[in-house]
Write a protein that binds this ligand. Structure first.
Ligand SMILES: [Fe+2]
Length: 245
């Protein structure tokens, strides 16, 4: 790797001036939106899927759902330490780049801790890439010791990544199968059972529209329609309006 490349692909949060930032979700989302709009949009979609998954898992408390939604929104705040060149890089990461990228979970948690967010928030952010069996990064916890919201994000983030591949074309019907291959290893089995239930409801709603293999757009429209009574916010535009971004 050349010296010039190293700078672009080196994790760095030094541009964040901690003394000027109030510990507010809107502040964090504003920073992320201005830093990299694609990451901001991805995190909103992950938050919507994650919140629907919590509802399907039996959470009916509006305050808890709102808190969970906000944790999901901020899970990748550590990406503020990755340059847009790094975030937009579409090639294969070198092991050096992978090591730099992995810092975003712990560094994101450190950022939120320094800004005085609640311990529940930064603990969930720290472990959002931890697999259920304790593998992946940063390591140190497994199964129920991994914070609940981290286990939700682990699934919602993957589901959103699979759906994004089918952004404007078919493919959403296979999302559950793709996740289920890793149940127990990567994903919490109890939460995967809830995702199965969510997915079946979304697919039934798609079939009623005559769509058997939905694009991301159709899948998300049906998901939002099914859970709209309990979701705190239902789109990128609503998040932007709510937090005046
Ligand atoms: Fe992440």
């Amino acid at each position: 790797m050349t010296k010039e490349m190293k700078k672009e692909f080196t994790y760095n949060l030094k541009h964040i001036n901690y003394s000027n930032i109030p510990p507010l979700v809107g502040e964090m989302m504003s920073l992320l939106k201005n830093h990299h709009y694609g990451s901001f949009k991805t995190d909103v979609n992950t938050a919507i899927i994650g919140c629907a998954l919590e509802i399907e898992n039996g959470n009916t408390d509006p305050l808890e759902l709102k808190q969970g939604f906000e944790i999901h929104l901020m899970h990748d705040i550590g990406k503020l330490g990755m340059s847009s060149e790094f975030l937009d890089f579409s090639g294969r990461y070198t092991s050096e780049m992978f090591d730099e990228m992995k810092k975003h979970s712990e560094e994101g948690a450190n950022l939120l801790e320094k800004l005085d967010f609640d311990v529940k928030v930064y603990n969930a952010v720290e472990f959002h890439h931890s697999n259920f069996d304790g593998s992946s990064y940063p390591g140190g916890e497994k199964e129920a010791a991994i914070p609940f919201h981290s286990r939700v994000i682990r699934i919602a983030d993957s589901a959103n990544t699979f759906l994004t591949k089918f952004c404007e074309k078919e493919g959403g019907s296979g999302v559950f199968e793709d996740l289920d291959k890793w149940t127990g290893n990567w994903y919490d089995p109890d939460l995967i059972a809830s995702f199965n239930s969510l997915h079946n409801k979304v697919m039934d709603a798609c079939k009623k529209l005559g769509v058997s293999d939905p694009s991301q757009t159709v899948y998300m429209e049906r998901l939002v329609h099914l859970y709209s009574d309990s979701l705190p916010l239902t789109s990128v535009e609503e998040v932007e309006q709510h937090y005046s971004l």
